[in-house]
Write a protein that binds this ligand. Sequence first.
Ligand code: PLP
Length: 358
Amino acid sequence: MVLPNHGANAHHVYERLGIEMPEVVIDFSENVNPLGPPAFVKERWSTYAGLITKYPDPNGEPFRSAAAKYHNVSVSNVLVGNGAAELFAALAKRYENKRAVLIHPTFSEYEATLAPYNVYIKEIMATGELSLDEVFDEVEFAEVIYICRPNNPTGYLIPLETIKQIAEYAKRYKCEVILDEAFLDFIDENESFIPYLKDFPNVIIVRSMTKMYAIPGLRLGYAVASEQIVNDIRSSMPQWNSNAIATAIGAECLQEEAYRNQAITFAKEMREQMTVFLEKWNCIVLPSTTNFICFQLPDATRSKAFFTYLLAKGCVLRHTENFKGLDGKWFRVGMKEKPQMEHLQKEMTAWFEENLSS
Ligand SMILES: Cc1ncc(COP(=O)(O)O)c(C=O)c1O
């Protein structure tokens, strides 16, 4: 039985497994900020309605300038996308008939977007420590390497120094580096590679507004790269690719510093609590830096039974069957608000007591 690939839209998992969906379902497979969008979005919602009567700015203003200001880069270095997902699709065309390196386990969209372009994909498996030598060996022959930082689904953050080493080596061999920083907002801007782009015209950073600002339905993301790369990618994208409401709201989101700090503190607190809970039951928990964690049961052969038990109880975890190297033996849990995390722990405890203690 092949389970649906993505997190969110939980009803697909229930349908596929033939499990009746309980009336109340908490979707822990989603990994957006559980605190919801910044308050101004609801408060000023009616003011955005007027925007739909005109075509939006073709370059994603006012968001493009706001993002440039936020990162202290020039507007010409920012490319606005209909979610980071659109940017990955546009980027993939650059590598048609070329060679790409992916480090697994990682976000499935890199491979999915490269698939239509006859890209030869070299996979590096790094469920444990990443071997820099292996990366260097592959980069020499590739046109691009994709790095998810922090990584989805493990939450692991490759150190900035290591990224600099990879970017330097890649530059020497004319290999581009796509750095996906979709979850970096949950750590600290000081961890971003954006300030180093000046020295690395071969690096393209992709950011998403979805995760931190809890606006997956609006669709807003952006890339930060050299002006030449921005123009190249933009030329293959549709006119008016980002919508007026998303770009207006996105520009204001970037001013929400207190909101961001609260989300960072909250995600840290929730993942630490969840880690303590899971480790108490001898689960293996990967050290995450962001708003989800990845764990394995002490007996991974029981993973499917555990997953379906929780589904029946209305708790949806992210299975990992389509993440290479994790192969369904691990689960990803997105952090939610306290009562929901407590509810999950209660349901997990019931299963652990039945199945782990004997
Ligand atoms: C690592 C990573 N990058 C990018 C995206 C896509 O983000 P967006 O909603 O901006 O398209 C996701 C969505 O799950 C993701 O997990």
